[in-house]
Write a protein that binds this ligand. Structure first.
Ligand code: ADP
Length: 402
């Protein structure tokens, strides 16, 4: 029987710190919390454990102070999660970008921190915050192993033909410009769990994961190793998302920039924050529930945005089936993938050429792990809720329990 250990999972943003406490390998979540508005006038911490809520409202100067408050919250005698922080065996950190350095999660030392710093250029919004979280934990709980779980690691298994862009090679050599892919922790979790859940061949199973949330991406993997994924150097490429455009002809950008007198940063901001179904629908919403509602009320642009979103998913799935010369399982996860029954049905109906048959009764569910294809479907379709926190806990436990 493997040793039972308590793992703290930390996900730092520039002004936030999300955390969870899990008992591994039992996969039991003991509690979780969120610190917001770090560095602002008034900060906020909220923790939920054992049906109890612990709250703090005070100025929280930086991530180190936030971490100290988290330790107090976790060990609160009435509403806490654990008795003593000494019970924590290791800390797992979500880190956005591992550049070309890391193909897998790793125990953090000076070299790892340097690499995370070297990738500030590639993940300017997230990597500095991720590093602050790591250093705050090192200061608050000295001596504990910290593990970095990179969102880009899963995509590092891709072959050159999938990750190199068809631009002059010198840019790859000089600046490491390539496809990295994101949501890697989610794609890793869902593809590995699907192999176990559907009893697929762990070495050769061909799996496509559709992570359809506000940010959306698709991956193709063989035996749990990524062979292609839709996001690129940044999370902007690929599918149509809540506010991100996904694939566009790059010449469109030059055209708009010239006409509207925009800087590259302004143009990128439009592609990241004002495009996707929000932009396509003429500003209805980035939330797919609102887009669905507007469509039902007869809003034509909302209908087109939804159609285009689904159409792009279907095109990517088709491309990845071709890339792998087959597929054994297609999985749906994240906000839309786990909840939008109709979207899953329409996507699967487009895939009938693969012998896919959806079971309407099985599909009539939200957020539950289950096979939603009919028994005689040639490809298994699986609704498999993602759990990035759990994957971070799994990696942290495995790396520190050797
Ligand atoms: P992210 O983590 O990228 O912010 P999520 O995975 O939480 O995104 O997904 C959020 C999206 O899921 C939202 O656009 C929301 O509208 C959508 N969503 C949630 N429930 C439903 C539903 N019942 N039908 C359609 N979309 C839904």
């Amino acid at each position: 029987m493997a040793d039972s250990k308590i793992i703290l999972i930390v996900n730092c943003g520039s002004s936030s710190l999300k955390y969870a406490v899990m008992r591994m390998p039992e996969r039991e979540q003991l509690g979780k919390g969120l610190v917001e508005r770090i560095g602002l006038e008034m900060g906020h911490l909220e923790q939920k454990a054992n049906g109890k809520v612990y709250e703090v409202n005070q100025k929280i100067e930086n991530h180190k102070v936030a971490m100290e408050l988290v330790m107090k919250a976790m060990t609160d005698s009435e509403k806490g999660i654990i008795k003593d922080t000494k019970e924590i065996a290791a800390i797992g950190h979500r880190v956005l970008h591992g550049g070309q350095y890391y193909y897998d999660s790793i125990v953090i030392n000076g070299d790892v921190k340097k690499a995370i710093r070297d990738c500030f250029d590639l993940g300017p919004l997230h990597n500095p915050a991720n590093l602050m979280g790591i250093e705050a934990c090192e200061a608050a709980m000295p001596g504990l192993p910290n593990v970095a779980v990179f969102d880009t690691a899963f995509g590092m298994a891709m072959p050159e033909k999938a990750y190199l862009y068809a631009i002059p090679h010198e840019y790859y050599e000089k600046y490491s410009i390539r496809r990295y892919g994101f949501h890697g922790t989610s794609h890793k979790f869902v593809s590995n769990e699907a192999i176990k859940f559907a009893n697929l061949d762990p070495k050769n199973a061909k799996v496509i994961v559709c992570h359809l949330g506000n940010g959306a991406s698709i991956s193709a993997s063989i035996g749990g190793k990524c062979v292609d994924t839709s996001m690129g150097l940044t999370p902007l490429e690929g599918l149509i998302m809540g506010t991100r455009s996904g694939d566009v002809d790059p010449a469109v950008l030059q055209f708009i920039m010239n006409k509207e007198k925009l800087t590259p940063d302004q143009m990128l901001n439009i592609l990241n924050k004002k495009s996707g179904v929000l932009g396509m629908s003429g500003g209805v919403s980035s939330d797919f529930r609102d887009i669905n509602k507007a469509k039902e009320e007869g809003n034509h642009l909302a209908e087109v945005a939804l159609d285009a979103f689904i159409y792009r998913v279907v095109k990517y799935v088709g491309a990845y089936v071709a890339a792998m010369n087959g597929v054994d399982a297609i999985c749906f996860c994240a906000g839309v993938g786990e909840n939008d029954i109709q979207a899953r049905k329409i996507i699967c109906e487009h895939l009938s050429y693969l012998g896919i048959k959806i079971d309407d009764k099985a599909n009539n569910v939200r957020g539950e792990r289950r096979v939603i294809s009919a028994p005689d479907s040639k490809v298994k379709v699986i609704l498999l809720p993602t759990n990035e926190e759990l994957q971070i806990a799994i990696d942290t436990y495995e790396l520190t329990n050797k």
